[in-house]
Design a binder for this molecule. Structure first.
Ligand SMILES: C[S@@+](CC[C@H](N)C(=O)[O-])C[C@H]1O[C@@H](n2cnc3c(N)ncnc32)[C@H](O)[C@@H]1O
Length: 233
């Protein structure tokens, strides 16, 4: 896979450490969510060798233990943040057949030269606009092996809620619940969310997936806005 051709802004290029501390404090339910991911990948592993493409893998701090429990035959992680990928190399040490790519996730799926049994993305797809998400569903559907799954962890808007209403609620959740984050860091995180978060409703995600022939959708669990979804053909 090739290096990124554009220098798109991402929430995490400057602020990786801030996100890391927020996830460590479990404000986005990483512990509960990644317990589900371990279970889903273990099921997959029990059915035979599987390969895994991780879109917006970050530093892999939470997926790495899942991979150690249900080790894929091949793992490819993709992210735009070099700082995060540098840390990922540490978290993934000891695992074989690992590749990390500094690349845009859509370009990475489109350029992948082999199919994957599982494509996973954690809290990254909401950075794409609606057209980008639709393209991503198409690209993922094209790169899933027969019987493959697209496991999506992401924030989701309530039905009928506008982005503005969603942001008002989410920023209020951050300001009232993320009490251990330093006030200046909290405001930095709020500014990033307000600028870069474009979550869809579940209905819209299902429609996009169906357009890409991923007609089976399972809501595995949700913790407030934070959802675990599985899409398959
Ligand atoms: C909130 S972090 C999630 C990290 C990890 N997957 C998790 O579940 O905690 C989102 C990650 O997506 C990456 N990202 C955002 N847009 C991206 C894009 N278009 N292509 C690749 N990575 C992207 C960011 O750099 C960041 O590392």
């Amino acid at each position: 896979m090739s290096a990124p051709t554009t220098d798109e802004t991402t929430l995490f290029r400057q602020s990786w450490t801030l996100y890391d501390s927020i996830s460590e404090m479990n404000y986005m339910f990483h512990r509960e969510i990644y317990a589900h991911i371990t279970a889903l990948l273990s099921q997959r592993h029990a059915g035979g060798p599987y390969s895994l493409l991780d879109l917006g893998c970050g530093n892999t701090r939470f997926i790495a233990p899942c991979l150690k429990t249900a080790t894929p035959s091949r793992y490819a992680g993709v992210d735009l943040s070099e700082a995060a990928l540098k840390e990922a190399r540490e978290y993934l040490s000891g695992l074989e057949n690992v590749a990390l790519h500094h690349q845009d996730m859509l370009q990475a799926v489109q350029a992948a030269d082999a199919s994957f049994e599982v494509i996973f993305s954690g809290f990254a797809v909401h950075h794409l606009d609606a057209a980008g998400k639709q393209q991503l569903f198409h690209a993922c559907a094209a790169k899933l092996a027969p019987g493959g799954q697209f496991i999506l962890v992401d924030v989701v808007r309530e039905e009928g809620q506008t982005r503005e209403q969603y942001l008002k609620g989410y920023l209020n959740f951050m300001r009232t619940q993320w009490t251990a984050v330093r006030p200046d860091h909290l405001e930095e995180a709020c500014a990033h969310v307000a600028a870069y978060d474009f979550p869809e409703t579940l209905t819209d995600l299902k429609r996009m997936a169906a357009e890409a022939a991923l007609t089976n959708v399972r809501v595995v669990d949700c913790f407030a806005q934070h959802h675990v979804l599985v899409f398959s053909a």
